[in-house]
Write a protein that binds this ligand. Structure first.
Ligand code: GRF
Length: 205
């Protein structure tokens, strides 16, 4: 089997990246992170990659005339580092069908709600405004829609009466940091079986 290499895309602080790097170090994730890319020059994820000694680049969206050119630059960097599995970890851009086809079936995303509820960029705010009692996080394959690909794993957390966006986000984030490494581990170990929208896990979790 070809050697798997992860490429992690982030837009901001990169705590999920950090949990993935820790899981690579511990051996839970059986593949290295080959490159970290951000779309913003000030993303803290770049510092985390630097500290971990991992190649990292900002592919600044502002430097490109259009989405296609921007995504071609991302693909070029990922290919140059031998990336076989793309991990979106707080990457705040919607990828076009062009990018999705380049890594077909090999792009994972994390979303801080229980999809298909509360997709989009303001999940915690929307959860609180709606008044649901349970939220959580979702790891899913990326398809051409927004937050719409087959779901791999989810974890639920309670929404408390006195929650604000920060307290809810912190409770969800704690679970995100466990769930993403687990999903990547399952993928790389060939334990995920996709049947239409359903992802069957070939061992107990
Ligand atoms: C996480 O809550 C993730 O689910 C969402 O953006 C946040 C990124 O956090 N997509 P971090 O950059 O990994 O700390």
């Amino acid at each position: 089997m070809a050697k798997e290499i992860l490429g992690v895309l982030c837009s901001g602080r990169g705590t999920n990246l950090q949990s993935i790097l820790a899981a690579v170090d511990s051996g839970q994730i059986p593949a290295p992170v080959g490159v970290v890319l951000t779309d913003k020059p000030d993303a803290k994820a770049l510092e985390r990659a630097e500290k971990a000694g991992i190649p990292h680049f900002c592919v600044d969206r502002k430097q490109y005339a259009g989405k296609q050119a921007f995504e071609e630059a991302l693909v070029e960097k990922l290919r140059a580092h031998g990336v076989t599995l793309v991990i979106l970890a707080g990457f705040m851009r919607i990828l076009s069908p062009y990018f999705v086809h380049e890594f077909s079936g090999r792009i994972l995303n994390i979303h801080p709600s229980l999809l298909p509820s509360f997709g989009g960029a303001h999940a915690h705010r929307d959860v609180l405004a709606y008044g649901v009692k349970v939220s959580g996080c979702t790891i899913h394959f990326v398809d051409e829609g927004m937050d719409s690909g087959p779901i791999i794993l989810q974890t639920a957390v309670p929404v408390l009466d006195d929650d604000d966006e920060d307290t809810l986000a912190a409770r969800v984030l704690e679970q995100e940091h466990k769930l993403y490494p687990r999903a990547i581990e399952l993928f790389l170990n060939g334990k995920l079986n996709i049947e239409g929208r359903k992802v069957r896990i070939m061992e107990s979790i």
